[in-house]
Design a protein around this ligand. Structure first.
Ligand code: C2O
Ligand code: CU
Length: 471
């Protein structure tokens, strides 16, 4: 049957609470006027002692986001979105990041199981003009990861200006499955923005928390020509603020969810609509093979923030399938589940704002880079209960994100997670009044890492904390 996701995202409620008009509307965008672009794949510089080296410079650039004038951005290699890393499991890489902007920056590999020194922590910023080399072992599961700026206090601002991109980790297990690959494996990063009349980004003012224009791969409301066959889409909500989306296809066809943030599911799960919070990834297959040639199918977003359009993008079915097409696999991978009985530590985290002081807090505390909040033991399995204890009058959702580890959702308000979110995850939405239990294992690295709300404005406002994994 179709797994609904009804429990997850009554975000309209929040909008009605806060008012949904932008301070200044963006220029009108003609829908589907521009073609979707695929971010370029980053080319390795060289290989030495078994490590692939990549070079990236963070700098200003111009991006064709709207028709007409280009938009000034800050981007990895001056591009928006940044170039896509395509890397192989167990093939480590080093990324030499050069900061050519006039501000401190920190690069974070979201979902990455990496040494603390490569995690982009406060205190490890790259000064203007400097470089820093990040080491990514790639020993974790193949999945859709991404990278973005993590300069403390400016995460939302810097990534709003363009500093984000894909990191696709591939392994041999995927090949065995005959999933759509090559040009049929398409990253789709969804991001909201406001624009000024000259097409430059307009920064949100207080009270605005999601843009009125929706971009896919850095193009406003694009169209994409597809063949009559299944496609794999790496959906990523890369919004910098609170741009929750709830996606569906206007021909009523399901999205087959095949993977979560940290890897593939056991089998494809068809859903009629798919809520995706900022920083979550859903790997999906859409099957255009039963659709007539010439059909135009709109990807819709049911969450209406600040007058944004419901039509995210359009798929134009323009060609017959080329060559042999594998059917959607019935089975994917075996998911190893952690045993709750083996958990050696239980922790509880309350997420709540203090609007009087304008802070958002975890267990009553705002982030302090000098403070270690918890010390998980290397090798330990832990269960975390995370509660959104916001007041019912202002039911703000939070998106809880852990660095370093992937978790399974044990339950949400006592009920098991929906089938399409039962895989490995590093980010999860928790509605006000809700409580969720997560299980995770601290397996690979010691040192400091963050956990925080991934509505990045909330993290900037203090909803972030620090763990130190110890022996
Ligand atoms: Cu997407 Cu702390 O990260
Ligand atoms: Cu939050």
């Amino acid at each position: 049957g179709l797994a609904g996701a009804a429990a997850i995202l009554p975000a309209e409620r929040i909008v009605s609470a806060l008012g949904a008009k932008p301070a200044q509307a963006s220029p009108a965008v003609e829908l589907f006027a521009q073609k979707l672009r695929i971010p370029p794949v980053l080319v390795r510089k060289y290989r030495k002692w078994g490590v692939d080296y990549y070079g990236v410079s963070m700098r200003e650039g111009l991006a064709q986001i709207l028709p007409g004038a280009k938009t000034p951005i800050w981007g990895y290699n001056g591009q928006f979105p940044g170039p896509t890393f395509k890397v192989e499991k167990n093939r480590p890489i080093k990324v030499i990041q050069k900061n050519k902007l006039d501000k401190e920056l920190a690069v974070h590999l979201h979902g990455g199981n990496v040494p603390s020194s490569s995690d982009g922590l406060p205190g490890d910023e790259i000064q203007p003009g400097d470089t820093r080399t990040y080491f990514y072992p790639n020993a974790q599961q193949a999945s859709t990861y991404w990278y973005h700026d993590h300069k403390h206090g400016l995460e939302s601002f810097n990534s709003y200006m363009g500093l984000s991109g894909y990191y696709l980790l591939h392994d041999w297990r995927e090949d065995r499955l005959d999933l759509p690959r090559g040009k049929y494996d398409v990253p789709l990063i969804i991001q909201d923005r406001f624009f000024n009349d000259d097409n430059s980004f307009r920064l949100p003012v207080p009270g605005e928390f999601a843009g009125d224009v929706t971009l896919v791969n850095g193009v406003a409301h694009p169209r994409f020509e597809v063949e009559r066959r299944p496609y794999r889409f790496r959906l990523l909500n890369g919004s910098s603020m609170d741009g929750l989306v709830d996606l569906s296809l206007d021909n009523g066809a399901p999205l087959y969810v095949i993977g979560n943030d940290g890897g593939l599911l056991e089998k494809p799960v068809p859903v009629q609509h798919l809520p995706i919070a900022p920083s979550e990834r859903y790997d999906v297959i859409v099957d255009f093979s039963k659709v007539a040639l010439g059909a135009k199918i709109v990807l819709r977003n049911a969450v209406n923030f600040f007058g944004n359009r419901a039509e995210v993008m359009r798929f134009d079915v323009t060609k017959k399938a080329q060559g042999y097409v594998h059917p959607i696999p019935k089975k994917l991978v075996h998911l190893h589940r952690l045993d709750p009985k083996r958990a050696s530590k239980h922790r509880t985290f309350d997420l709540r704002s203090n609007l009087e002081v304008g802070q958002m807090l975890i267990n009553g505390k705002a982030f302090d880079p000098a403070r270690i909040d918890i010390k998980p033991k290397l090798g330990a399995t832990e269960i975390w209960t995370v509660r959104n204890t916001e007041a019912p009058e202002l039911p703000i959702p939070h998106v809880f994100h852990t660095h370093l580890v992937q978790f399974h959702i044990l339950d949400r308000d006592g009920k098991p997670p929906a089938a399409h979110e039962a895989g490995w995850k590093d980010s999860v939405t928790i509605e006000a009044g809700s409580s969720i239990r997560l299980i995770m294992r601290f397996g690979d690295f010691t040192g400091r890492y963050l956990y925080h709300c991934h509505l990045l404005g909330h993290a900037d406002a203090g909803m972030m904390a620090q763990m130190e994994v110890v022996r």
